[in-house]
Design a binder for this molecule. Sequence first.
Ligand code: PMP
Length: 279
Amino acid sequence: GLVYLNGEWLVPEQAKVSVFDRGFLFADGIYEVIPVYHGRPFLAQYHLDRLHRSLAAIAIPDQPDAFWQSLVVELIDRNEMQNGLIYFQVTRGAESKRSHLPQGPVTPTIFASISPLELHWDTPEPAKVVLCEDIRWLRCDIKSISLLGNIMLKQYAQQQAAIEPMLHRDGSVTEGASSNYFAVKDGVIFTAPRDNLILPGITRMWVLELAQQLKLPVREEAFHISELAQLDELFLTSSSREVQPIGQIDDIIIGNGRCGPLTQKLIEAFHESKRAHLA
Ligand code: PMP
């Protein structure tokens, strides 16, 4: 496949970045991931808006919507991609020496690629997650390429045969290492509020929208780890996993360990919205 780097289309082996790039030296950059279904980006404008917010938050110069939109189209066309995940990364750029503060105006490094994604229409098997203290920084709303905390937490989850960590701060569940959580209790859907402690997932936003259309009661309030054993249903969301039912947290079985009815409804609504997008 072809990747985009600073105005050029290259085979991946030819795409090279300076060792003085601030992304390499400091993780001084942000990224964005956009799903592509049937050769068209899904919820693209929401992803581009989040990309703009991430860049603005760390004061890296941005590009107009039209630039990102045509990159999306070219990535899909040049790679003849039907279903895939687009990856955008922007770093502050390269300088002649390592210095925490940029020495002058820097030209951002823009990298874009696309990888194939299997489209699924089934209901995934409920998966296991593990509870972890959220050890990350306090600006999780920025989609930073600095992902050390997320990686350490994911490694721990993998050691416990879990698909994701469930992160909490002082007992309040924030999100996953690359996903957002939703809990169901007595017919009400709970998810952590949109603040600096979570990445505002586009799938999270879309599921909230679908829940509203289905007239399912939703509260954007964090649920507490002391309530986990009493939850009726649990699921997580992300662009690559869509809506994933969770049947177990550590040794706690959620509901009867199967996909709950509200989760099932939202999975079907999500698939339906994908079908509408393909049409
Ligand atoms: N939270 C974090 C920390 C993430 O990294 C991601 C995925 N990048 C998400 C949530 C889910 O976001 P989205 O639904 O936009 O994929």
